[in-house]
Design a protein around this ligand. Structure first.
Ligand code: PEP
Ligand code: MN
Length: 338
């Protein structure tokens, strides 16, 4: 349920109403918008006398929220949420298109440093490298683990870009102190124990859509994080599994409509990953441009200096030169349209 307050409501009246609602056992989420203050009520709202609430002099309207996701719901927070990556000058949801780039997996310090310098030069704003990789095969390279996170920390200092890395396990959270954005990958989207732990942090969390998950399920996963108190969530569309296994078809189907759909359903920023969505390097730039044009708040793109010999996801990796050309086109699309 939400209660929209009148513009002339005083602070005292507002505080009085909020404490009355809390006394009824409700969790009150306050959103100060440009025009109105919206109180989002979570809990057993059946106890509330809607007519009484509606009749209060400071209440403009009361609406029942039928969707199961509440705190991430656009109705709870009509303005866009802007997620800041502290200390970096990078913001998701402020109208910019944040380009995140990096290798699928950290292979070594020299590899990451050399690539990161090129990515920064080409305009990447966040460096992505994974140290813990969930792989389909137990025999595939699983990442460098803690050593990989340490490498990422050193490269971050050297290059001066904020960094993002995937987490797979709640026991690893302490290792991510120097990681600026923690990524929850598609395979972990419904690891609710992990989401609850990430809800206790205040670091930005990038939450990727599972390959077989609906937008509603993605938003319910985001709700777990936000319910824990962490409002710094970035949603990521990375393609869903559909049924075209023809030669030449993309590995997944990029659901580009999820960008406007999620923007309508939620106040959270939405980025697109054209690399995992297509699995094919030649399709990455066209899909990145489509995402930039449809209003995505960012992109994440995989880049490798030698894709043929990459230890993971080489087929979808752009070379640094190709990435630089794509990044330039992304900037041109954004400045033409937004
Ligand atoms: C990744 O971003 O490196 C990754 C594993 O992605 P996804 O979860 O989308 O497959
Ligand atoms: Mn990958």
């Amino acid at each position: 349920m939400i209660a929209v307050l009148k513009q002339n409501a005083t602070k005292d009246q507002r505080d009085h109403l909020i404490s009355w609602l809390k006394d009824q056992g409700l969790d009150v989420h306050i959103s100060e918008g440009k025009e109105h203050t919206v109180l989002g009520l979570v809990g057993d709202t059946g106890k509330i006398d809607v007519e009484l609430l509606q009749s209060l002099s400071i209440v403009e309207s009361v609406k029942i929220i039928s969707e199961p996701f509440k705190k991430v719901n656009r109705k709870f927070h009509p303005d866009n949420s802007v997620v800041e990556v502290p200390g970096s000058g990078v913001y998701f949801g402020d109208g910019s298109c944040v380009v995140i780039a990096g290798p699928a997996v950290i292979e070594g310090e020299e590899q990451l440093l050399s690539l990161a310098l090129k990515l920064k030069e080409a305009g990447a704003m966040v460096l992505h490298g994974d140290a813990f990789k969930p792989r389909t095969s137990p025999y595939a390279f699983q990442g460098l683990g803690k050593d990989g996170i340490d490498i990422l920390g050193r490269v971050k200092k050297e290059v001066g870009l904020p960094v993002m890395s995937e987490i797979v396990n709640t026991n690893h959270i302490a290792l991510y102190e120097d990681v600026d954005i923690i990524q929850v990958s598609s395979r972990s989207m419904q690891n609710y124990e992990l989401l609850k732990e990430l809800g206790t942090l205040r670091k930005p969390i990038l939450l990727k859509r599972g390959a077989a998950n609906t937008l509603k399920e993605l938003l319910m996963s985001a709700e777990y994080i936000m319910d824990g108190g962490n409002e710094n969530i970035i949603l990521c569309e990375r393609g869903i599994r559909t049924w075209d296994f023809s030669d030449g078809a993309a590995r997944n189907t990029l659901d580009i409509s999820s960008v406007p759909a999620l923007h309508e359903m939620s106040h959270l920023p939405v980025i697109v990953d054209p690399s995992h969505a297509t699995g094919v390097a030649s399709m990455v730039e066209p899909m990145a441009l489509a995402a930039a044009a449809c209003g995505a708040d960012g992109l994440m793109i995989e880049v490798h200096e030698d894709p043929m010999h990459a230890l993971c996801d080489g087929a979808q990796a752009l070379t640094p030169d190709r990435f630089a050309a794509a990044a330039e086109k992304i900037r041109r699309v954004r400045s033409a349209l937004f």
